[in-house]
Design a protein around this ligand. Structure first.
Ligand code: GRF
Length: 212
């Protein structure tokens, strides 16, 4: 039986958050944890290439490889249980997690969203659309939210947030860059707090770090 805090990362895109987590584990900022797999629905995901580079099992598991949702989800669950996964970390995973996986990993799946939920979230709110909406709303503050994943998009309990100022000259692109930089700090930090038991995912507890 493994004594490590085993993490499986799900990612569909570039994988910069995944890389930030890998780096944090390597330098000891997340202690006693290991990534047991990076799973992607996209064979070309940068995240899978990063996984291979770091010697982390990089698995392409896509719905198209299976006859039904059920067999697809069973394959994912089997991969997770074989690797004694404790926490699923979504890092730019573009597929909705099916209820059967949420049921099996209740309060053990987290996601990062590039804005301050519950604002600027929900179906269709991803990527640059989020930052465009923030700029259009004339909000003076945006930020990053780490939350528990439930059956609704961007809806589960918020566990950690950090703000960033939206400056008058910010464009969606400059805001996206600032927020992504913050994500790379906050996601490893959240995982460390969860692994150390300082944040309980099934408890009502929000940690806020406000920017100066
Ligand atoms: C991040 O902006 C994250 O907030 C969102 O998807 C993006 C993933 O970026 N959920 P990357 O693949 O980690 O670079």
């Amino acid at each position: 039986m493994s004594t490590k805090f085993n993490i499986a990362v799900f990612a569909s895109g570039k994988g910069s958050n995944f890389k930030a987590i890998v780096d944090a584990i390597k330098r000891g900022s997340i202690r006693n944890a290991q990534i047991v797999a990076v799973i992607s629905n996209n064979a070309d995901a940068g995240a899978l290439a990063i996984g291979r580079e770091y010697g982390i099992p990089a698995l392409h598991i896509s719905r198209t490889q299976f006859a039904s949702n059920e067999t697809f989800n069973m394959a994912i669950l089997e991969t997770l249980t074989t690797r004694q996964t404790i926490l699923i970390v979504l890092a730019g995973y573009m597929k909705k997690i099916d209820p059967i996986i949420i049921e099996n990993f209740k309060d053990r799946i987290i996601n990062i969203h590039p804005a301050l939920l519950p604002s600027f979230g929900g179906k269709g709110m991803y990527g640059m659309r989020v930052h465009e909406a923030v700029i259009a709303s004339k909000a003076t503050v945006s930020g990053v939210t780490v939350h528990v994943v439930d059956e609704e998009y961007d809806h589960g309990r918020i566990v950690l947030q950090k703000t960033v100022a939206v400056d008058p000259h910010d464009t969606p692109e400059t805001l996206a860059a600032k927020v992504l930089k913050l994500e790379h700090e906050i996601y490893p930090q959240a995982i460390q707090l969860i692994a150390e038991g300082q944040i309980a995912l099934d408890a009502e507890q929000v940690t806020r770090f406000n920017s100066p």
